[in-house]
Each structure stands twice: as C-alpha cells, then as structure tokens.
Design a protein around this ligand. Structure first.
Ligand SMILES: Cc1cc2nc3c(=O)[nH]c(=O)nc-3n(C[C@H](O)[C@H](O)[C@H](O)COP(=O)(O)OP(=O)(O)OC[C@H]3O[C@@H](n4cnc5c(N)ncnc54)[C@H](O)[C@@H]3O)c2cc1C
Ligand code: FES
Ligand code: FES
Length: 494
C-alpha cells in the first residue's frame, strides 16, 4: 500500500496533506492555502526569483538547504523536505519584539531594499547561502543571486549585505533546531511510495526505481516530472492540465552520481547541483557551462536527465554529452536499453523514447590523455539565459595530427547535432594547420541551416559557430589546456 498523504515540515512542525493537486505549485499552496504571502509571484516562470524559498532535505546523511523557485516547483515534490519561507525567518525576542534574521538585518543595514518586491526572494537565496557553510567572496554571492532580479535597488548593496552577514557559520533559529529537524526528516524517509489522488488524477512519487519504472509503464500517458523547470512552465505559462504526474525525485538511487577511472555515471534524477562536481571533473569547460545553466534555483531542481529527455535543440548538456560520446540508458518496466546519446534525438520534438519509458542514466566517458575538450555557451546575458548557440568539441591528437574529431552544436538545427562535414575536414590534419582550420569552418556551412529567432539570426549563428571552431582549435593547438581554466571554474563554483 502506498502512502496517500504528502508529508513535510513547516516551522519545525509536521504537515500532512491528503489533497494535493497534480498541477499545484508550492507558491500557490503557500499564498492561497496557507495565506502566507511574503513569498511573491513575479514572472511565474523561474526567471525573477521573487518566489524563492529554501528547501531543506537529507543528502548523504547531511541536512542541506537549497533555494528553489516556488512558482514552478510542484507541491508534491516537497515530500520529506523542510520548507522555509521569508515569513519564517524573524523570531520573537525576549522583550516580545521581533528580531530579524541576520540576513534580513544586513539588508536593512546596507539599504538593500527599495520597493521591496524582490526582497523576499533575495533574502531566501541569501538565507540558503548562509546555511551553505562557506564564507563567500563577491563572485560567489553574485552566483547565488544570479537568479534574482531587482529593478530599483541595484545589486551592490545586496551583495554588501550578504558579505557582512554570511561567515560560513550559521547562528540562527534554524541552526539551533537542527537536531530536531534531522530527526523529523529522517522519520519521513519511510521508504513508502507516495500516491495522492485517484487512478485518473494523481500525484505519485515512488520510493524505489523499480516502483517508479513500474508505475510509468502502467500509466504511459502520465507526465514524468523531475525538477519541473520545464514541466512547471507548461502549467503556469501554457495553462496545460496534466492530470497524472509521476515524480522521479523520491526514488532511492535514481539520483546517484558515481565516478570510476574511465567514466562518470549520472542517475537521471541527479540535479545539476548534485552532478556538478562529477561533470566538472571531466573538463572545467563542462563545469563552467553547467554553472551558467539558469540560476542556483534552477540548478537545485533541474536535472541532467530532464535536460536530455525534453529533447530541446537549445539544451546545454546534449551537445557536450554528444561530443563526449556519452551513452544513454532507458528503462521501461524491467527492460533496460542503452544507446549512444546522439541517436536519441530523432527530429524536432521527437526522441527515441517510448511512452512510459524513463531516461534512467547517462554514462559519460572521461577524457583520454590525447583527447582535448572545449565547450562554449553563447547567450545574450551571461547568467540565467538560454543559449543562442551551444558548442562542444572533443579532438584526439596523435603525433601532432587530429586522429578523431567530435563536434556537436545546440541552437544550429532542429535537434542537438554533430558537424559531420567539419569533423571530416579536420580528421588527419596537422593540429596547427590554420589553412585546414579555415576549410573545416567553411565545411560547417554544409552541416547546419540554422533558424532566425528572437535569440539570434541564422547568419549570426553560423558565423559564431565557425568562430567557436577556430577558437577551440587555437586553444588546443597552443596547448592551453590547463590550470587557468581549472582555477577559474573552481573559484566560481565555490
Ligand atoms: C529560468 C530557467 C532557466 C533555464 N536555463 C536553462 C539553461 O541555461 N540551459 C538549459 O539547457 N536549460 C535551461 N532551462 C531549462 C531546464 O531547466 C532544463 O531543461 C532542465 O534540465 C530540465 O530538467 P528538469 O528536471 O527540471 O525536467 P522536468 O521539467 O521535470 O522535465 C522536462 C521534460 O523531461 C521529461 N522527463 C524528466 N525526467 C525524465 C526522466 N527521467 N525520464 C523521462 N522523461 C523525463 C518530462 O516529462 C518533460 O518532458 C531553464 C529553465 C528555467 C525555468
Ligand atoms: S515568480 Fe519569478 S521566479 Fe518565480
Ligand atoms: S527593491 Fe524594488 S525590485 Fe528590488
């Protein structure tokens, strides 16, 4: 028997909910049901951060708080979490007055708020950083608030507030009740499947991979949801009614990330935040691209598996995974199959995935000694923006010659796609042969017929793609493979 109530913590108290809408967002629950309205609705699509709340969850026996966008996070996905909103932060002091949280007080002291609409979201992003156990520098603060927009105060006073309040050691009401929270969250990890609703309309969160796969196979018409950073927008922006929702995020082991000598295996349920270290360990460029996917909020919910499964031609990870020759694993019921990831993307909106079949894992080969990798994301804004063009290159060089070239682009065709003509033109050339580079760039014009859209024109896209090829070749030929790239990414990821 599955559990038929959602269970989570609010202000240290256990909440049990039997009526959970399949499409209900956490923000609607907070504002419309609890009537706790400090958390704001700005864009309702994960872009502005006004709705940021902090979710505490158990990770490898540790309690971790992460910022998420409540507007697109589905209520059912907070099962087993500690839900903290801006309304929960101030406490009553001994005189019966109100004492602000250190982050809130610093925002007051540094004049970090004018109209105040964005402030709850900034406070909750910074509250999550306050509990991350790091003493941040300005770059780290900027990274943590890249998903929060402020249109009147400006960002310097907010960053100043963060730098003055956050020391890496949390001393607040939440840290004082940590032992109790840990106990309560551990009790919630009951290993039971969650199924709220009826056969026709439900929110389900199976607790094991076997029951997740079985339920998806039984309901091939259900929506599989992981971080909901795409699915959430189908609800809030396209106003779609998705009556059957199956959440992957509670299935034990589905988010496992494992590195061996030759490869990294990423469970499809791993969020970007969980997969970051393993991906960045393959090459620093991968870390830098992943660090620029959405915002901290998006990366705390969104998964690599979801990025692949949605089949978008402008997703950031598929070109890198194709260039690295990653293997995709799919699971339907008990039947597992694997394929080279590039074969998964058949046409626009069409992937090689049967109804009820899960994307279950990715196996990404590590680079061999003679292989060189580069990845570049081109977008209008540096952070929190979708790519106009996303490029990834893996070149093998032996005795000064290119022995193998794998090049893949996003934003250049209806699917993420390899540049087979450019690859052919590069194979066998001397790595420093600039005349041959130019021929390969010319050949790329036969690989792609990009579109013109709001992100870029077709001409721009092709020119940028050709220039990125030249950039990769320059960098690889000059032997600039190392430490400056690696240090840069480590600092930013802190
Ligand atoms: C503000 C914002 C910024 C963003 N920025 C970027 C960006 O910079 N780069 C980028 O690439 N993307 C970006 N995205 C898009 C999105 O975050 C990614 O595509 C993300 O990886 C989706 O993962 P998810 O877990 O949230 O997927 P979901 O939204 O849960 O699902 C996405 C799709 O995959 C399916 N699905 C999910 N998991 C599985 C599974 N295991 N098996 C089978 N099907 C599955 C769902 O049914 C759905 O079709 C952004 C989104 C937002 C809201
Ligand atoms: S309301 Fe803008 S990110 Fe949620
Ligand atoms: S204070 Fe007005 S939007 Fe930030």
């Amino acid at each position: 028997m599955a559990r038929n109530q959602l269970v989570f913590l609010r202000n240290g108290k256990r909440v049990e909910l039997a009526d959970v809408g399949a499409n209900e967002t956490l923000l609607d629950y907070l504002r419309l049901r609890e009537r706790v309205c400090g958390t704001k609705e700005g864009c309702n699509e994960g872009d502005c951060g006004a709705c940021t709340v902090s979710l505490g969850a158990m990770r490898d026996g540790k309690l971790v708080y992460e910022p998420v966008n409540a507007c697109i996070r589905l209520l059912g996905t907070v099962d087993g979490c500690d839900v903290i909103t801006v309304d929960d932060l101030a406490i009553q002091n001994r005189d019966g007055g109100e004492e602000l949280h250190p982050v809130q007080q610093a925002m007051v002291d540094h004049h970090g708020s004018q109209c105040g609409f964005c402030t709850p979201g900034f406070v909750m992003a910074l509250f999550s950083l306050y509990h991350a156990g790091v003493k941040p520098d300005r770059q780290t603060v900027n990274d943590w608030v890249a998903g929060n927009l402020c249109r009147c105060t400006g960002y310097r006073p907010i960053a100043d507030a963060a730098l003055s309040a956050i020391s890496g050691k949390a001393k607040d009401a939440l840290s004082r009740r940590k032992a109790k929270t840990l106990k309560a969250l551990t009790e919630m990890m009951d290993g039971e499947d969650l199924f709220v609703g009826t056969k026709e309309r439900f929110f389900a969160a199976p607790a094991s991979v076997a029951s997740l796969a079985a339920l998806c196979a039984t309901h091939p018409d259900a929506t599989i949801v992981s971080g909901a950073t795409d699915v959430g927008l189908w609800i809030t922006k396209q106003l779609r009614d998705l009556p059957k929702m199956i959440f992957t995020g509670r299935a034990t082991g589905f988010d496992e990330v494992k590195a061996s000598r030759d490869h990294v295996r990423i469970g499809a349920g791993a969020t970007y935040a969980q997969a970051f270290d393993a991906l960045a360990s393959i090459d620093p460029d991968i870390g830098e691209v992943v660090r620029r996917i959405g915002s901290r909020q998006v990366r705390a919910s969104g998964t690599v598996g979801g990025n692949v499964a949605n089949g978008s031609p402008i997703g950031d990870t598929p070109p890198m995974l194709i260039a690295l020759d990653a293997e995709l694993e799919l699971l339907k019921g008990r039947k597992k199959r694997t394929m080279p990831i590039e074969k998964f993307f058949i046409a626009y909106g069409k992937q090689d995935r049967a109804p009820g079949e899960l994307v279950s894992a990715l196996t990404v080969p590590k680079l061999k000694k003679n292989q060189h990798f580069r990845a570049y994301k081109i977008s209008k804004r540096f952070d929190q923006d979708i790519s106009a063009v996303m490029a990834a290159f893996r070149l093998a060089v032996e005795k000064g010659k290119v022995s193998e070239a794998r090049i893949a682009f996003g934003g250049m065709a209806a699917t993420p796609k390899r540049a087979s003509n450019a690859e052919k033109a590069l194979t066998g050339i001397a790595i420093g042969d600039e005349v041959a580079w130019a021929k390969a760039a010319e050949a790329m014009a036969k690989d792609y017929t990009p579109l013109t859209d709001m992100r870029a024109s077709a001409d721009y896209r092709l020119k940028v793609a050709q220039n990125l090829l030249m950039k990769a070749l320059h960098e690889i030929a000059s032997g600039n493979d190392s430490d400056s790239r690696i240090v840069g990414i480590r600092e930013a990821a802190q």
